[in-house]
Design a protein around this ligand. Sequence first.
Ligand SMILES: Cc1cc2nc3c(=O)[nH]c(=O)nc-3n(C[C@H](O)[C@H](O)[C@H](O)COP(=O)(O)OP(=O)(O)OC[C@H]3O[C@@H](n4cnc5c(N)ncnc54)[C@H](O)[C@@H]3O)c2cc1C
Length: 462
Amino acid sequence: MSKIAIIGSGMSGLLAGLGLLKQGHDVTIHSALSAEDWLTKVPPTGTACRFASSLDLERELGVNHWENSTPINGIHLTFCPKMGRQLIDLMGRLDRMALAIDVRIQSYRWTHDFQERGGKVIVENVDLARLEEIAAAADLTLVAAGKGDIGRIFEVDKARTVYDKPQRKLAMFVMKNLELDRSRDGIPFEYGIKFNFFATAGEQFSIPYWHKDGFQCWNAIFEARPGGVFDRFDDCQTGEELLARVKELFKQYIPWDYAWIRNAELADPKGWLKGAFTPCVKHPVGTLPSGRNVMALGDMANALDPIGGQGANNCYRQIRMLLKSAEANRSSTFDAEWMQATFDAYYEEIGEATNAFNNLLLEKITPAAQRILIGQYGSDGRPDNASVHQKVANAFVNNFDDPNSFTRQMLEPQASLKFMNEVSGGRAGRVDIANKLKIGKGQIRQVLGLPRSSHPLARMTP
Ligand SMILES: Cc1cc2nc3c(=O)[nH]c(=O)nc-3n(C[C@H](O)[C@H](O)[C@H](O)COP(=O)(O)OP(=O)(O)OC[C@H]3O[C@@H](n4cnc5c(N)ncnc54)[C@H](O)[C@@H]3O)c2cc1C
């Protein structure tokens, strides 16, 4: 049994703590927030929609308390190269359900689970001097402090990091008093995620959400490109101001979803946040002034822009590798070499693909992804749809759960062509031409002020 200290009681700290307890270790979590603080003092760290493979980890640890709350089974994406003009819709069905549970109720509940199973929790804000003391008394110290200042002890890994500044300005808001079932708006999923992509302004997405106070609602985000038309949240001082700005933006730029959001209210006074951060991968080993080593975990090790809903899922991917590597560590020596090897194994297995997938969504669409988006045109998300279009749309959305499955097809032209030929029986070229014609027709109709009759959604959108 080793003595393990963890800084932070977000999902990374708690799930790692629960897993290490299960392996028989003596685990203490040092957290700035008590269980009750999570419920009353803070906004959710993020939307944190988690896909099926992540939820499997919660099941393995016996902390999957919210299985039937808002089972998300599909994603509807609307892509608009020009403001106000819906070029392409994609309706992809997830193979297995996802869930977006308020991280505040999770940290509250999991802190209690952790303590009931023998874990210790110390509520304190850990500074560098205190981290030295903690590391001196532990065999392994994990720093799972999110984007907290203490992260300065971990250097950015320039070889694995793409950006040196934030790519989007974020505004997140948790809303109630609006329809959960959006089938009248053309979303054929019981609980479906809605993405609106705009090539120049940024993105807006909305996710069915289980609120900490025990009701279904929506958690939504604007991802504003700095200086673009969505970059309108700097002066908002309260959640109400932010929500009012959100409604203005919907009315002007996303009119097809305005009726849906018009009567929305903030779900709770703390249910919003705004800000910006630089996506990065860090060196996982931090060396304290004493020479002792500590290991970064979760967002502290690898922070991703929320655009691809990968951040939390990526925390779970790191934790899986951490637990596997701790179990295999017969010598119980958790030195810098072990920390680096553990993180490298995660990164090579799935971290690299996760970052590549997430970052490609931040960039101008690649020719490979363009082929995929055109190839899926006509998908309607229905479970009995066995068409080529639906297979392409489903492959795209299931990549959110396993970025190793379809990222290459969206980055490499040859891989996307091969995939399209596989699903269409060698007719990739014909599918491409036929769908381009339909998309062109839909565009002309929109310019003329007519509905986009060639797409299954045309009857539902203005
Ligand atoms: C707007 C937004 C939307 C998002 N949407 C998604 C999504 O849909 N899907 C997805 O997968 N991911 C999403 N994410 C990312 C996801 O929320 C994060 O990856 C995840 O919450 C990180 O968890 P964590 O435990 O590593 O860190 P945190 O949740 O940040 O927890 C860190 C903890 O450490 C504590 N702490 C910090 N410093 C100290 C200190 N010095 N001493 C003691 N305690 C300390 C904090 O109080 C906190 O308890 C989103 C992020 C944002 C910002």
